[in-house]
Design a protein around this ligand. Structure first.
Ligand SMILES: Cc1cc2nc3c(=O)[nH]c(=O)nc-3n(C[C@H](O)[C@H](O)[C@H](O)COP(=O)(O)O)c2cc1C
Length: 218
């Protein structure tokens, strides 16, 4: 698959066929993703691949309370209860995300992506605002995973809702203390057709030339 095409059409897949995912496809995906950049080329990412049905159910049980709390906080719960009056596309997305949460144990493969905290170069740690730079040494790897999955014809759903359950995930999967959980990717063969292009803002809305506010492209 052409790289630019993959970038335009690697959606969040939340409904999967029950077909198993070949181990070789997962290994090829990880093999390609490992060329991601990281601060000092420390490559602190670590991945636990979960296929076992009991563990998948345990992951769903850890995910659901955080998903429900998120739904409450963001107004999603109200949107699901009384969808009239909300943007139908948004309601569809929240419904999809809710189904995904309820059926998480049916997702064939779960990738738990962690990062060795000692490998992170957190250059904004002293700034009087929320730190963001640490993630830059693991999320390029996560995006590479998503693109490589797309290249393999596999769908993926990136979420971070298991991160607040990090302690429980750590004990379930025997992940050492020095590893912070960064992402969870549900993987399988996508049940829906692939979109030709994802819905995203145009360049003119977010890229500027020379100074903030001066559009780069029309
Ligand atoms: C940091 C992060 C957290 C996300 N968390 C969730 C989540 O909890 N549940 C979910 O269904 N999708 C989650 N997503 C997927 C987004 O909803 C998705 O990327 C966005 O709606 C765009 O959808 P599309 O890529 O299919 O166009 C998350 C994505 C990111 C990058």
């Amino acid at each position: 698959m052409d790289l630019f095409e993959a970038m335009r059409c690697a959606p969040t897949s939340r409904r999967f066929k029950p077909d198993p995912v070949p181990r070789e496809a997962l290994v090829r995906t990880l093999e390609a993703a490992r060329f991601a950049p990281s601060g000092g080329n420390r490559q602190g990412w670590r991945v636990v691949v979960v296929e076992d049905a009991e563990r998948r159910t345990a992951l769903r049980d850890l995910y659901l309370p955080h998903w429900r709390a998120y739904l409450e906080q963001t107004g999603g719960a109200r949107m699901l209860a009384e969808p009239d009056g909300f943007d139908p596309a948004r309601v569809r997305m929240v419904r999809r995300a809710d189904d995904y949460a309820q059926r998480l144990h049916e997702v064939p493969v779960h990738l738990l992506v962690g990062v060795r905290l000692g490998d992170l170069a957190v250059t904004d740690a002293e700034l009087p605002r929320q730190s963001i730079v640490g993630g830059a040494s693991v999320y390029p790897f996560v995006q590479n995973l998503l693109l490589a999955l797309r290249g393999e014809g596999l769908g993926g759903a990136l979420t971070t809702l298991l991160v607040p359950a990090e302690a429980e995930v750590r004990s379930l999967l025997e992940i050492p203390e020095e590893i912070a959980l960064a992402a969870h990717i549900g993987v399988g063969y996508r049940a829906d057709p692939w979109p030709a292009e994802l819905a995203r803002r145009p360049v003119s809305e977010f890229a500027f030339l020379e100074r903030w506010g001066e559009p780069l492209a029309g």
